[in-house]
Design a protein around this ligand. Structure first.
Ligand code: PXP
Length: 249
């Protein structure tokens, strides 16, 4: 199966919130990202509202024609907003106030009742429920038990691994994807992916959607958002032609 690109536009809002003004407009970013090869738009409405605001989510719901994927914590406040807005997909993520970005995967195993309850309420509104987890069998099984339709495998450890550890982290993702698919879960992946490390992940047969933000927005500052999205979409579409990754499997 070919993977598709979900463009995370949080950091367009990060730039806007640096001045608390109107620029750059995240809605414009969503339109460009969709037109240039994004198969979905992803935003994370954090409890601290450090980037995406409620107004952004409301407008995106009517503007996005592809798939709107809301990253969200298990908090009741955010759950109520998600149930009101009804995005196409909700990806349940952990959230700590102090963190710079989402650090580990959601500990579904350790909070299975709450995760199941939030997942059930979202699914009842027709939302596709995904759990952002580390590639550990225990978490994958818990996601299945808690009612996820999809998991999003956390690719951060692979992205951050030095050369000698890349193959090891990659293998965990490959095996996690296979294990999840065997349980009947759909598989997405994301976090820390960039123009250099994306292709091996896009080549994992079970992976359907890659959610990528920081690298695209960073490149957009120098090259423009349209080209940055196009280039990432092309890399993803071209993955799978070679499994000869430089760090040797
Ligand atoms: N997927 C999830 C669940 C995330 O929390 C994030 C970060 O918001 C991403 C993907 C995108 O990560 P990055 O910005 O490093 O591409």
């Amino acid at each position: 199966m070919k993977s598709v690109l979900g463009v995370n536009i949080d950091h367009v809002a990060t730039l806007r919130e640096a001045r608390k003004g109107a620029m750059p407009e995240v809605i414009a970013a969503a339109v460009i990202a969709e037109q240039e090869g994004g198969h979905g738009i992803t935003v994370h409405l954090r409890q601290d509202r450090r980037h995406i605001q409620d107004r952004d989510l409301r407008l995106l719901k009517s503007v996005v024609h592809s798939k709107l994927n809301l990253e969200m914590s298990l908090s009741e406040e955010i759950t109520a907003i998600a149930l009101d807005i009804v995005p196409d997909q909700a990806t349940l993520v952990p959230e700590n106030r102090e963190e710079v970005t989402t650090e580990g995967g959601l500990d579904v195993h350790g909070q299975i009742e709450r995760t199941r309850e939030v997942s059930r309420r979202l699914a009842a509104r027709g939302v596709i429920v995904s759990h952002f987890i580390d590639p550990e069998p225990k978490q994958i099984e818990a996601a299945k038990e808690a009612g996820a339709a999809y998991i999003e495998l956390h690719t951060g450890a692979y992205a951050n691994a030095r050369w000698a550890n890349k193959a090891h982290e990659y293998t965990k993702l490959v095996e996690g994807a296979r294990f999840a698919a065997g349980l009947g879960l759909g598989v997405n992946a994301g976090h820390g992916l960039d123009y250099l490390n994306v292709q091996p992940i896009a080549a994992i047969p079970e992976v359907e959607e890659l959610n990528i933000g920081h690298a695209i927005i960073a490149r957009a500052i120098f090259c423009g958002l349209a080209g940055a999205v196009r280039e990432m979409a092309l890399l993803i579409a071209g993955a799978g032609e070679s499994r000869d990754w430089p760090w040797k499997l």
